[in-house]
Design a protein around this ligand. Structure first.
Ligand code: GLU
Length: 258
């Protein structure tokens, strides 16, 4: 099975915004395990901006002087290098080569760049290389950016014809109300045509650009393309292997495809 796995910034960062290497390492171990069992994986990883911000630990006054675009450019340039370097080291322990794919929204708007991207990732997979995709935040113009990496992960899953998209966030899935309210219940299954927009909270996550609204929008689009989507909590231990081995007892929301 070809699985696209999206890891959000909130999964990879600690409360203070620094990169959580322990979590990264645990997720890499599980991805290696999935590959060992015969699956292929494409990873869509956020965390560049967060890791750059924590690497540089810039004084607040200096940050204030930078515009938001400049911050994104500098932090993502510094942070992506650090992030991918860490992935290279962690996957090397499993004898897995990784390849970095940085892309922009315009690459999805015309046939030729789309085909190029497909070809490059297909070639990587054919040679056992695990693609790690992120938006090229350093050169993106704000007006022409993906809403967030959830949107990017959906486009990649569809482009590559994945059999499943797993979106890891810091929440178990979609709830019937505020997840902090004990009366809210986790929605386990969403069928094509189910309209759950009334349950979707619109606030964004702390360190990434996404939020549940964009996950829901992406997931329904990918589901409509016939690919099942799972939203689960990347902060739970062994989440990826549990989702495959014991889905019934692992909290998550699945958008089933027909
Ligand atoms: N591309 C951004 C990063 O790596 C994350 C975008 C998002 O939060 O979805 O920092």
């Amino acid at each position: 099975m070809l699985i696209a796995i999206k890891i959000g910034s909130n999964v990879l960062t600690r409360r203070d915004g620094t990169l959580d290497f322990t979590r990264m390492s645990a997720l890499v171990d599980q991805i290696a395990e999935l590959r060992q069992r015969g699956n292929e994986v494409i990873l869509i990883s956020s965390g560049a901006v967060a890791s750059g911000r924590s690497e540089m630990s810039m004084p607040a006054a200096e940050m204030d002087e930078m515009g938001s675009v400049e911050q994104r450019q500098v932090f993502s340039a510094v942070g992506q290098a650090k992030l991918i370097g860490r992935y290279v080291d962690l996957f090397r322990d499993h004898h897995i080569h990784v390849g970095q794919v940085l892309t922009t929204k315009d690459n999805f708007l015309a046939d030729e760049p789309l085909q190029n991207q497909h070809q490059c990732m297909a070639a990587m997979l054919a040679h056992g290389v695990l693609p790690i995709v992120n938006e090229n935040d350093t050169v993106c113009i704000t007006e022409l950016m993906f809403t967030d990496n959830d949107e990017l992960s959906g486009l990649i899953a569809r482009l590559m014809g994945c059999q499943m998209l797993i979106i890891l966030s810091n929440i178990d899935g979609i709830y019937t109300g505020d997840p902090a309210n004990p009366a809210s219940q986790l929605i386990t299954t969403i069928r094509p045509g189910d309209d759950l927009s009334r349950y979707i909270q619109s606030e964004r996550s702390a360190f990434g650009r996404g939020g549940m609204a964009s996950k829901y929008a992406t997931a329904t689009r990918v589901q409509a393309a016939g690919i099942p989507v799972v939203i689960a909590n990347g902060k739970r231990d062994d989440i990826l292997t549990s989702l495959i081995d014991a889905p019934a007892t692992t909290p998550h929301t699945e958008f089933v495809a027909e």
